[in-house]
Design a protein around this ligand. Structure first.
Ligand code: GAR
Length: 211
């Protein structure tokens, strides 16, 4: 069984998509064993609570230095026994030590087609503001492994979503979530649980389903 720890910062709709997929038996036996938020009182923690998933808040403000926060975050993930760490709208820079220890075992969902509208400063609504300002006709979402850069790790899955006349950052964000993010993230976890993801030369190969 693949033990999944989900890191969140806010509303947690992507966490909900994972919970729903697990409960529907669509994660090939992967199990969410813990949820960690860097923000107190966010709805994502309530979602975990409702589904009786162990959860806690670890915020930088609870510690006297960034190093102490980083250590606490790593320790919490280890205590949950994570095989896979999922960043589901986690808006904190991941400690280097965690990235090295969990190489190709941390995935992130990003609300654009990487390499467009990604990297430092592009998160949440800002990504959709950028897409609308540029006038792209298609945007979408990407699930990728996390490496030491910002949104630079190997791409696992992508799905395009059309921009519509009159879209606002909020309407576009909602459509990208519904049509791409909530589908891609559980799908990526399922593929990993099935051992079907290989990383070679920083590129992902998806092995076909065993018949
Ligand atoms: C999602 O749109 C996710 O792709 C984005 O934050 C939102 C979190 O929503 N992540 C980033 O921008 C990371 N760079 P949620 O809390 O409802 O899942």
């Amino acid at each position: 069984m693949l033990k999944v720890v989900v890191l969140v910062s806010g509303g947690g709709t992507n966490l909900q998509a994972l919970i729903d997929a697990e409960e529907a038996g669509k994660l090939s036996g992967a199990k969410i064993v813990g949820v960690i938020s860097n923000n107190e009182g966010v709805y994502a923690l309530e979602r975990a609570q409702k589904h009786e998933i162990p959860n806690r808040c670890i915020s930088p403000g609870m510690f006297s230095s960034r190093e102490e926060f980083n250590e606490a975050l790593l320790l919490a993930v280890e205590e949950y026994g994570a095989d896979l760490i999922v960043l589901a709208g986690f808006l904190v820079v991941i400690p280097k030590k965690m990235i090295q220890k969990y190489e190709n075992r941390i995935i992130n969902i990003h609300p654009s087609l990487i390499p467009a509208f990604c990297g430092t400063g592009y998160y949440g609504l800002k990504v959709h503001e950028g897409a609308l300002a540029r006038g792209v006709k298609y945007t979408g979402a990407t699930v990728h492994f996390v490496d030491e850069g910002t949104d630079t790790g190997p791409i696992i899955l992508q799905k395009p979503v059309a921009v519509e006349e009159g879209d606002t950052p909020k309407s576009l964000q909602q459509r990208v979530m519904e049509q791409a993010e909530w589908i891609l993230l559980p799908e990526a976890v399922r593929l990993i649980a099935e051992g079907r993801i290989q990383v070679e030369n920083k590129k992902v190969r998806i092995l076909s389903e065993k018949k």
